[in-house]
Design a protein around this ligand. Structure first.
Ligand SMILES: Cc1cc2nc3c(=O)[nH]c(=O)nc-3n(C[C@H](O)[C@H](O)[C@H](O)COP(=O)(O)O)c2cc1C
Length: 202
């Protein structure tokens, strides 16, 4: 299967990057094909331009966006890796969603109804926060993350969310053994979801 790994973190040596790269290695070790899109290293522009609006007079999909759409179109599975910033995804990640999951590619609108165009694809989300789970729940951050990220964004395009793995209490100076435990969780997610999946599949 073709896997798309979308990593969103400005720092090359971050927890988020480490989890994303370990996930990609584990998927590859099962014989699957993986493409990593490291949005900051790609200098992906998250700002949606006027010409990209669905009702723009002369609608134009910029080549950088089209390139990401091609990667997504070719993938059977996509995994997103990002930290929680202000109870949501970083602007870079949101911009990728705004621009890449565009109408005409990810969904159509017909007779005022949304028609998904990416049905059959599977997704996983990996996030991290400084707050612990109790804090996330108490402050309703957890609920907002789930509502906005899981129940709407992906399903609207027909993408089935298989898992959302969240790493709480990720703070600077995290003990090495905690990092190792979290990395092992990423590998466990790969085994759980792709361990029995045939490698040669769209
Ligand atoms: C701009 C910014 C906003 C943040 N907002 C939150 C937040 O709302 N809730 C939270 O628990 N942590 C928040 N954090 C902490 C990050 O989620 C945490 O440091 C990150 O998940 C750790 O992973 P990393 O080392 O890959 O950055 C924020 C960090 C930054 C830089």
């Amino acid at each position: 299967m073709n896997h798309l790994v979308v990593i969103c973190h400005p720092r090359r040596k971050s927890f988020t990057q480490a989890i994303g790269r370990r996930y990609a290695e584990a998927v590859e070790s099962l014989g699957h094909d993986v493409i990593i899109r490291d949005l900051y290293r790609l200098r992906f522009d998250p700002v949606l331009g006027e010409g990209e609006l669905p009702d723009a007079e002369r609608r134009r999909v910029p080549s950088a966006v089209r390139r990401e759409q091609r990667h997504l179109a070719a993938a059977g599975a996509v995994a997103f890796f990002y930290p929680i910033w202000w109870a949501f995804m970083p602007a870079m990640m949101k911009g990728y969603i705004d621009r890449v999951l565009a109408s005409g590619f990810a969904y159509d609108i017909k007779n005022d109804e949304i028609v998904p165009r990416l049905a059959g694809k599977k997704a996983l989300i990996f996030t991290s926060s400084a707050a612990d789970m109790a804090d996330l729940r108490r402050s309703k951050q957890w609920r907002s993350m789930r509502l906005l990220e899981e129940d709407n964004m992906l399903s609207l395009c027909g993408i089935e969310l298989l898992d959302h793995v969240h790493f709480a209490s990720v703070v600077p100076g995290l003990p090495k053994r905690s990092v190792e435990r979290h990395l092992a969780m990423a590998v466990a997610a790969v085994e759980k979801h792709w361990g029995n999946a045939p490698a040669a599949q769209g």
